[in-house]
Design a protein around this ligand. Structure first.
Ligand code: PHE
Length: 339
């Protein structure tokens, strides 16, 4: 019996199978109920008592080895089945093309960041607006020519419903539901019925700002705008304010920054003036405060508004405004951002 076990041990040690079917045949041959090992187990009864210990140990060794060997072979076939045996773990993964932020989004976020650090919060409102929030509450009289300053898109069947021409409508919405102190910026898309060219489009983006509290002065406005200009365009940037007109502010001004191409020396970009215009601003007209439910005898405020395209053009020297809405990925991929 020992000799038989020894022979099977040698056989089992060298077991190999070409395919799962062969392996199954081996399992049946050695490990099934009617297999060779079970047959030996049955014979074990007849082994003389003094040999039982030695034979029993050998027999167990054989059984364990056979189970182990067959399990190992089976595992190899299983792994091969799902391809893992051929998997090359050093291969690089499929390339993932990461998108980039749109340049207007990068600049808008930068503007928001700067004003957030100065305590402004973001306010939002609808792009399809009514006349009240865009014009009337902003002190545009019914037949005032200033309404023509902003070529408006009207909804034909509803002359009162328009596409907002500026995000001042959001300022109005903030004022009608809150009392000072109010300190908000209103980023958003606006629409004007203009012929599309390299320097004008029928829609563009703005960030407007509004600050209302007791004793807000023009000096506060100027300081905040200087801070903004220097954070946006560099600490050397100078600003200048020129008198202007807006129905909703009095006094009103337009702000220029020193041309960052020539540093104020004069070049074709700034038309040899050394200055480029970047935004409109002013002290909120008391009539606007009153129209929106704020006591103009107690409170004063300033407002400003800028075009995101304009700031982006200045920062990145994009010459044609239409590039921003054409979705040419060769253009868009030039802008990389961390946020
Ligand atoms: N609403 C003005 C525009 O769209 C910008 C502006 C806002 C000017 C606030 C002054 C104060 O042109």
């Amino acid at each position: 019996m020992l000799a038989k076990i020894e022979q099977l041990l040698q056989e089992v040690k060298g077991l190999t199978a070409q395919n799962p079917e062969e392996l199954e045949a081996l399992r049946i041959k050695y490990l099934s109920k009617k297999g060779a090992i079970n047959a030996l187990m049955a014979d074990f009864r007849n082994v003389p008592a003094e040999q039982k210990k030695e034979v029993g140990m050998k027999l167990n060794e054989l059984k364990n080895l056979a189970q182990e060997r067959i399990a190992t072979l089976k595992e190899a076939f299983d792994n091969q089945d799902n391809g893992a045996a051929e998997l090359d773990l050093t291969r690089t993964a499929y390339p993932v093309n990461l998108g980039t932020r749109h340049p207007l989004t990068i600049v808008r976020n930068e503007i928001i960041d700067i004003f957030s650090r100065m305590g402004f919060t973001i306010a939002d409102g609808p792009e399809v607006e009514d006349d009240w929030h865009v014009f009337s509450s902003m002190n545009f009289a019914e037949d005032h020519p200033a309404r023509d300053m902003q070529d408006t898109f009207f909804i034909e069947s509803h002359p009162d419903i328009i596409l907002r021409t500026h995000t001042s409508s959001v300022q109005s919405r903030v004022m009608e539901v809150s009392q000072p102190p109010i300190r908000v910026i209103c980023p958003g898309r606006v629409y004007r019925n203009e012929a599309i060219s390299y320097r004008a489009h029928c829609f563009f983006h703005q960030v407007e700002g509004l600050y209302i509290d007791k004793n807000v002065s023009f000096t506060d406005l100027k300081q905040v705008l200087l801070q903004f200009a220097q954070e946006m365009f560099g600490p050397e940037t100078k600003i200048r304010l020129r008198p202007s007109y807006f129905p909703f502010t009095e006094p009103s001004a337009e702000m220029d920054i020193s041309c960052d191409i020539c540093g104020g020396e004069g070049c074709p970009f700034c038309k040899y003036t050394g200055w480029v215009e970047i935004l409109g601003c002013g002290m909120v007209d008391p009539a606007v405060l009153e129209a929106n439910g704020i006591d103009s005898k107690v409170y004063t405020g300033y407002a400003f508004g800028m075009g995101v395209e304009r700031i982006t053009n200045l920062k990145y020297k994009v010459k044609d405004l239409r590039m921003f809405s054409e979705n040419d990925t060769r253009f868009l991929e030039e802008f990389e951002s961390a946020n």
